[in-house]
Design a protein around this ligand. Structure first.
Ligand SMILES: Cc1ncc(COP(=O)(O)O)c(C=O)c1O
Length: 392
């Protein structure tokens, strides 16, 4: 970390997505990893964009109040979330169902501990965001991985393999929609079938929908799986957060939506005394994001869509690399197996581009690239990759 460097942060002058922002003095996880090295950090999932003006203004106002004591979730935030879920998805959510959390990884771990017992099994897709694989183990549960499969150009959970993998020790399915990595958005029929499988085998379903406001493909819509059927929603835990969309992960404010009272109480009991409350700046930012951030996000989506289209074109023009067109997230799941590299992550770092190794997600044929950055950075990354591959 860079505690020794005390220079003040310089505020950027513009909020445009093209504007590079110096994060080098901000103790950013993403940027610290390659401090002092000429490697573009394109790994962990935060963007290099400034948060929307509405969030920054709300934070300033809250800071100016000057008192920062223990804080409840603001009533206005609960109201905005409930209204938004109804407006966007026709999902009627009771305010009581909301459980605020300082992160969704902790939500995945709580879901594992609140269902089943030590030794029971948790099913998770593979490849998948790494905490889906570590949460069962950390909770003394057994991990059962079910493969993702390519349907047409979309990475989706193989539902036949899922059903075949279920045995009576399975209590919980961890599900990710939109999928990270892979960027697919599940369709209504797929979700309906998945929910039916969970009901048939009496599984609790924890659906991580953190990327649901980052759908890039026009015409594709997110459907919260719990909104499909009020009865079956009783077996669901839905995880959402404004953190990815509005680039406020450092403010740590997320939520679980748990319709069934008994399941919700188990979840809350599991977190008691261990998981801290959300901090007041997190609540402040979440309220501003959900109440005032939609217009800004539309602009962000247009920008990310251009980055995605550029990336798909450029990657597929390089022999040995393959990127299936994808629908959501700012994370590209690139098949690098054609390059036949022994250590793919090191190859890309030597090229000057810091990507997430696919092996961390369960598949070493891939690398994940975060393209939530100015277009110029992405162009520079592609120039470096092209040069390095040509020299192989
Ligand atoms: C699917 C998914 N869930 C959860 C998280 C992280 O959530 P948090 O930072 O709120 O713990 C990420 C971050 O990339 C993610 O992609």
């Amino acid at each position: 970390m860079n505690q020794s460097r005390q220079a003040p942060l310089t505020p950027p002058v513009s909020q445009g997505f093209d504007q590079p922002i110096d994060r080098s003095l901000s103790a950013s996880q993403k940027w610290e990893k390659y401090r002092g090295r000429d490697i573009l950090p394109m790994w962990v999932a935060d963007t290099d964009f400034m948060a929307p003006p509405a969030i920054i203004k709300a934070l300033h106002e809250r800071i100016d109040h000057g008192v920062f004591g223990y804080t409840l979730a603001p009533e206005a935030l609960t109201e905005v979330v409930v209204e938004r879920l109804q407006r966007l998805y026709g999902w009627r959510v009771d305010p009581e169902w909301l459980v605020w959390l300082p992160g969704l990884v902790c939500g995945l771990n709580l879901a594992c501990r609140a269902t089943g017992e030590a030794g029971s099994a948790v099913i998770s897709p593979k490849p998948i965001y790494p905490p889906f694989m570590s949460a069962p183990r950390l909770s003394e549960r057994r991990l059962v991985s079910v493969p993702m499969t390519l349907e047409g150009e979309r990475w989706v959970l193989d539902l036949d393999a899922l059903e075949a993998a279920i045995d009576p020790s399975c209590q919980l399915l961890l599900f990710c929609n939109p999928q990270n990595p892979g960027g697919s958005v599940y369709r209504r029929e797929e979700l309906t079938r998945l929910l039916e499988i969970c009901a048939r085998h009496d599984l609790t379903l924890c659906s991580d929908e953190i990327h649901c406001d980052l759908i890039l493909e026009p015409g594709v819509k997110h459907i919260p799986i719990a909104s499909l059927d009020p009865q079956l929603a009783g077996r669901t835990i839905t995880l959402m957060a404004p953190s990815k969309t509005y680039n406020i992960a450092g403010l740590a404010c997320s939520l679980a939506i748990i319709p069934d009272k008994a399941l919700r109480q188990r979840f809350i009991r599991t977190k008691r005394g261990i998981v801290p409350d959300v901090n007041l700046l997190g609540y402040t930012a979440a309220l501003a994001a959900y109440r005032d951030g939609d217009g800004w996000n539309q602009q962000q989506l247009a920008y990310l869509r251009q980055n995605r289209d550029y990336l798909v074109r450029e990657i597929n023009a390089i022999e040995g690399l393959k990127l299936h067109p994808f629908e959501a997230t700012y994370l590209a799941w690139i098949d690098v197996s054609g390059l036949e590299l022994e250590h793919p992550a090191e190859f890309f770092e030597r090229a000057g581009v810091g990507l997430s190794p696919g092996i961390d997600f369960g598949d070493n044929r891939f690398m994940r690239m975060n393209f939530g950055c100015p277009k110029a950075t992405l162009e520079e990354a592609m120039r470096r990759i092209r040069t390095a591959v040509a020299a192989l």
